[in-house]
Design a protein. Structure first.
Lengths: 330, 330
DNA sequence: CTGAAAGCGCTTACAG
DNA sequence: CTGAAAGCGCTTACAG
């Protein structure tokens, strides 16, 4: 059994109250007893029980973070800045993934709520504005990349998709495919909207057979390619939902003897580390990952501290040109 | 403020004890009141406080998982099986990374202990057997890939390294480099031991300039290559600490105009998803990732339930031949 | 089958 | 500056 505050009190010949105050640097306590108690507690290996403390103070210093997919480095990279801000403010993190499964996301939220966490950040939510109906549960929730939710930080997916498409069109590509995530979420619909609007703007006809579903991961990209290469008229460029999809796409293209970028250009979305190191390196739309996590956490801390009104924030993405794109051939 | 058991009791005109029993499916309670209370609680949106429950029952249904690096998919893949076993046994997971930093690992352990978690799994520990000295803190700890710790599950790194080296030597390679993780951990030393023993066995002289440090990630692999390509006599094959390192290595080789596998063979360790999808696909040593996490969690549950003696377990790795390796040229 | 009471390990007004 | 007491939200022997 762990050592309790009473054990320390007994050994120090003081009351539990005094031990508590000593350990919490309370002002009204003599420097002497404070130091004595602190040393004794340490030597006994005393570690306070967070559960007991949270219960009595009615607050918690833990933030819950739910990410869509551990295996997508985008979400994992987000954790770095979330952790930086959280630790700097003496919060720690409870991280979990819901594997792009709505049920699991709901369960995760329940389990966070049972723990009475101070607040929750969800990245890649499938519930989206659904969190609004949870407002009777009094816990602040901030979403990343769901701009329709009032407390959220997002990269501008529409602008990002437009950049990618303008760039490809500018290279002379007319048959441009889009490999989606396969789920009709906001973040998906905005990319698709960008895809369509740029084509329309340049009077390029929209061919729905060039819009194929992926799954947000490598496998989805691979499957998408086999559909695209079976088309009577193949695409000369492929815009992908994200970098993981793009890696699957590039891999499948190369396996089928289709050189990137000579025979087909590929553009991703996210700018993961692997985008730089894949061969060929990947042209992509960089999401401001660090800023996303940073601002989301600051926003959550604001909500925790003051219930203050905060709006949804939108950050600008950036086109990063690398070796997976080239001029259209003819 | 969240709804408490008292709120439900008042509204249901029963005592808090009865509410508690109804919600916990206690046997000695009438089916009728049980159902009534359960429905009322649900309609009121009552969610029990885990902190309060843990405090009074003196146990927790949460397992802490500390992994060396979120950005290395090896660790993240481990989470899948850990989660499977944990959820099947009604435990949930508290996951965190210590970013290959010993201080952070220590802090993480403290923070886990404050939460009085049921047990802890550490993958890629830098503390290793150091956890033994923490035994006064009464929490079971299972390590993954640290076979010198009594409660651990590991892949056989020595055997894995030997497989990789025997395979390369069998292809006719004599100048084989090793890119390490850069830290003198067990898991590293065993690979090095395997590297050396195979060379010795085949009477190939050991050239220490071919042993260069990486950092367990892509960047380390890239840096290692610039050192290797500056050698007067270049290696014809490179054995890498892990797949992430190998990706850095392959990338740097290709950037410097060195074709893989024609000019240089590369072997990784882990068999991450990306090993299949990188171009060229990576020959590697497969760690039984799912089994590692699975057995570690079962072992931890045994410890939680019975304090029973458990030994350290070693699982066999497997050589996966792909396209990053070829016969030596001359 | 149900309720009143004690207690888990803390913190914090309230006295002194 | 220190201690006794109450209480956070639960569970669970102990009575009835």
């Amino acid at each position: 059994m762990p050592i309790t505050i009473k054990d320390v009190a007994k050994k120090a010949n003081v009351s539990p109250s005094t031990v508590s105050r000593a350990l919490n640097d309370h002002p009204r306590i003599s420097t002497e007893t404070k130091k004595q108690v602190q040393e004794l507690a340490k030597s006994m290996g005393y570690v306070p029980s967070q559960a007991a403390r949270n219960l009595v103070t009615q607050r918690s210093a833990t933030i819950g973070v739910a990410v869509a997919d551990y295996l997508d480095p985008f979400y994992v990279s987000l954790l770095a800045s979330i952790e930086d801000v959280a630790l700097a403010n003496n919060y720690d993190l409870f991280v979990s993934s819901f594997y792009r499964d709505r049920r699991r996301e709901e369960k995760l939220f329940d389990s966070f709520y049972e723990k009475r966490l101070a607040g929750i950040i969800v990245a890649g939510s499938l519930i989206d504005e659904g969190y609004l109906s949870q407002e009777n549960r009094s816990v602040p929730v901030v979403l990343i990349n769901c701009f329709s939710y009032p407390f959220s930080v997002s990269a501008d997916k529409l602008a990002g998709a437009k950049m990618a498409m303008e760039y490809l069109v500018g290279l002379g590509h007319h048959r441009i495919a889009y490999v989606s995530q396969g789920k009709p979420l906001n973040t998906e619909l905005l990319r698709l909207q960008g895809y369509r609007s740029v084509l329309r703007k340049h009077d390029i006809p929209i061919d729905d057979s060039l819009i194929v579903p992926g799954d947000g991961g490598v496998i989805g990209g691979i499957k998408a390619v086999s559909r695209l290469l079976d088309l009577p008229e193949k695409p000369s460029a492929i815009f992908c939902f994200n970098d993981m999809t793009a890696i699957g796409v590039m891999n499948a293209l190369q396996k089928r003897g289709c050189q990137v970028p000579r025979d087909c250009s590929v553009v991703g979305f996210d700018d993961l580390e692997i985008a730089t190191y894949y061969h060929p390196s990947l042209t992509t739309i960089r999401q401001p990952i660090y800023r996303l996590g940073y601002r989301a956490t600051e926003m959550l801390l604001d909500l925790i501290r003051s219930d203050g009104e905060v709006g949804s924030e939108i950050l600008e993405p950036e086109l990063i040109v690398r070796d997976s794109t080239a001029r259209a051939q003819d």
